[in-house]
Design a protein around this ligand. Sequence first.
Ligand SMILES: Cc1cc2nc3c(=O)[nH]c(=O)nc-3n(C[C@H](O)[C@H](O)[C@H](O)COP(=O)(O)OP(=O)(O)OC[C@H]3O[C@@H](n4cnc5c(N)ncnc54)[C@H](O)[C@@H]3O)c2cc1C
Length: 292
Amino acid sequence: MRVAVVGGGVIGLSCASRLVHAGHAVTVISEGKPSETTSAIAGGLIYPPGTRPFDRCAAWTSTSVAEFRGMGGPGIRMMPGRLIHAERVPDPEWTVAMDDVAWEGATLTFTTAVVDTPVYLDRLAAGVASAGVRFEYRRVHDLDDVDADLVVNAAGLGGGDLAGDDSVRAVGGQVVHLADPGLTEWACNQGLDPVAYVIPHGTHVVCGGTEEPGRPDVDPDPDVAAAIVRRCRELVPALADAPILGTKVGLRPYRPEVRLERVGDVIHCYGHGGAGITLSWGCADDVLALVG
Ligand SMILES: Cc1cc2nc3c(=O)[nH]c(=O)nc-3n(C[C@H](O)[C@H](O)[C@H](O)COP(=O)(O)OP(=O)(O)OC[C@H]3O[C@@H](n4cnc5c(N)ncnc54)[C@H](O)[C@@H]3O)c2cc1C
């Protein structure tokens, strides 16, 4: 079958991978290169903070953790870490996906994948290209104009417009990269507002972050960057002398629930909010199942 995947971020590329390996003729149509997507800004910690629907997100996370564990290699490491809450909460459904889950007071510790997203996206794009996926870099204005037997709408923030769905909103997020002093654990303090997180990737550490609903631009704010660095150095004192490498802003494609469903010859898969890397392989499996 000739399948067009609209979107070249982590969702589109993961879907393209599953589809091409199942024998379909796949074209990825994307306005931006993989390195220019929101996916390339993501810190790459694999867990789905608050993303709905909870039961499907837990299952998608399990699939992705297993996939990342099996892939290994450049850009992917399994790593222990700690998720600090203001107070102890019931175990989230997604903890079934994780190794070594334990509570220490209000801190949930577990091992999961950490994904260096620019490295990983390059790897994913090269992998699907060598498997036969074609790339077209252009904007799609109407899914009906796409010449294919089946279209996958994996356009992230653009997915709502293409589907006539006005429930998708940008939620801005700023991160700062520091040089990695050799950290062996990730950390996230969810009890703070905004949250503070530290995700090590060997060469650099992604420090965050902010959640800014409705943010229209991706221009870094130096005062916000300074506040992120301060909060992350409090969270992980080993970062005290780590040089600052740069700061980036991305727009999360927030939707009250991830949309993954088939309507005629279109499979919609967008609205992954702050968890698209986490949900990618599970969603790609479900998209493949909907192709039939
Ligand atoms: C600061 C920050 C930190 C994050 N940290 C994490 C994390 O630690 N873990 C995690 O799991 N997630 C994280 N996320 C969330 C994650 O980045 C997103 O959920 C994910 O990138 C969504 O992937 P996507 O492929 O749907 O969208 P995108 O990566 O935005 O890709 C969308 C693609 O569609 C294309 N497109 C859009 N409209 C059109 C159109 N009309 N025609 C053609 N092409 C179009 C774009 O060019 C792009 O290629 C973070 C996000 C931010 C901003």
